[in-house]
Design a protein around this ligand. Structure first.
Ligand code: PLP
Length: 387
């Protein structure tokens, strides 16, 4: 199978698996236990904390392990709202993942105000709108996605930082898709909170981290046994944490240039060979692994089914949405009409793909596009037979 859905989830890297496996077997101790087995688990957790911190330029004490991106984001929102109970407003963007958007909708139902900063057709954030949103009273939190899961468009992080310079608001970034693919450095960007998810960088599902800058006040979402220095209660997922640590070290070694070369060849051949194919999202500011393509006039769902039959896995949008047939909210926010969104597919590569994958995927997409074009021709019978 050619797996090109790495923004949905990645395969566990063999070295990551090898690192975590002992902690699923003999190394099963509880890191809080006061004997050798527990101490070994504790040491492994602390080493992983150093590895994750090193990847993003944080101090190990600023890393809190969580169950994944969704929990990290929920924790960031909860902490900020608890820090500033009088500020009943969040500023975010129109192209967030549902892990941010859905909690924001919930907050709106509870009476909070949510400002969603719009983007243009390239998915680029409207910085003037962000500035105006911050000109009034400071919100409890500004939450901006670092790189979009559907289009791969990278937010203008330095410009956002400059806009937030007065330090009035806490700033969180959902860096779930960015960490491991492009440099994300909290020693260079003054973000206060930053969310990471293990399964997007070749660790397993169910492990993530929240960066919490040392200077800020923090309010945990999960209370209980006081693990993670009272910042996230619950017995630590030691194998997952070890896996995330190893994956972070591997990500630091990865050359994203190789992944980008695979993606670029895939795109340029398809743009040449499949009529009308175009890239969704600002091509100059994208993750090196993501290719969101529109095939005008072709039904993405039909393409996806044919590609699946041919052994190529890709995505019609965010894999975290329910699978219901509605146009991608991200492409809609970029101003595309429904038909455009329903003709778009996302292909996302990883360091575990190779040139042969690209060749096979190009062949499959070209054939699938020709097939779908054929059945939608008015004289093909297929269309006319439908009620
Ligand atoms: N944020 C973004 C941008 C994502 O792509 C995802 C997952 O697709 C999440 C958050 C949620 O992360 P997790 O699946 O680890 O909860």
């Amino acid at each position: 199978m050619v797996y090109l859905d790495n923004n949905a989830t990645t395969p566990v890297h063999p070295e990551v698996y090898a690192a975590m496996e002992p902690f699923l077997r003999d190394g099963f101790g509880n890191p809080s236990a006061p004997y050798g087995l527990g101490r070994k688990a504790r040491e492994a957790v602390e080493m992983a904390r150093e590895q994750v911190a090193a990847l993003i330029g944080a101090s190990p004490s600023e890393i809190v392990f969580t169950s994944g991106g969704t929990e990290s984001i929920a924790t960031a929102l909860h902490s900020a709202l608890s820090t500033f109970p009088e500020r009943r407003r969040i500023v975010t963007t129109a192209v967030e993942h549902s892990a941010t958007e859905k909690p924001c909708q919930h907050l709106e139902r509870l009476g909070f105000a949510v400002d969603r900063i719009p983007v243009d057709t390239g998915g680029r954030l409207d910085l003037d709108a962000l500035k105006s949103a911050l000109d009034s009273s400071p919100p409890a939190l500004v939450s901006t996605i670092w790189a979009n899961n559907e289009t791969g468009v990278i937010s203008p992080i330095d410009a956002i930082a400059a806009t937030l310079e007065d330090g009035q608001a806490l700033w969180h970034s959902d860096a779930v898709q960015a960490v491991g693919k492009i440099p994300v450095r909290v020693d260079e960007v003054p973000v206060h909170l930053l969310s990471i998810s293990g399964h997007k960088l070749h660790a397993p599902k169910g492990i993530g981290a929240l960066f919490v800058r040392r200077q800020i006040r923090f309010h945990p979402l999960l209370l209980g046994g006081g693990q993670e220095s009272n910042r996230r209660s619950g017995t630590e997922n030691v194998p997952g944490i070890v896996a995330l640590g190893r994956a972070a070290s591997l990500a630091a070694e990865h050359a994203s240039a190789r992944v980008q070369a695979l993606r670029d060849r895939f795109e340029s051949v398809l743009i040449e060979s499949v009529e009308g194919t175009a890239v969704n999202g600002d091509p100059g500011h994208r993750l090196p692994n993501t290719s969101n393509l529109v095939f005008p006039g072709l039904d993405a769902e039909a393409l996806l089914i044919l590609l699946d039959e041919m052994g190529v896995a890709c995505s019609p949008g965010s894999a975290c949405s329910t699978g219901a047939r509605h146009p991608s909210p991200v492409l809609t926010a970029m101003g595309y009409h429904e038909a455009h969104a329903k003709s778009s597919l996302r292909f996302s590569f990883s360091s575990m793909n190779n040139d042969a994958d690209v060749d096979e995927a190009i062949r499959a997409v070209t054939r699938a596009a020709a097939k779908v074009r054929e059945v939608r021709r008015p004289d093909s019978g297929w269309v006319t037979q439908r009620p």
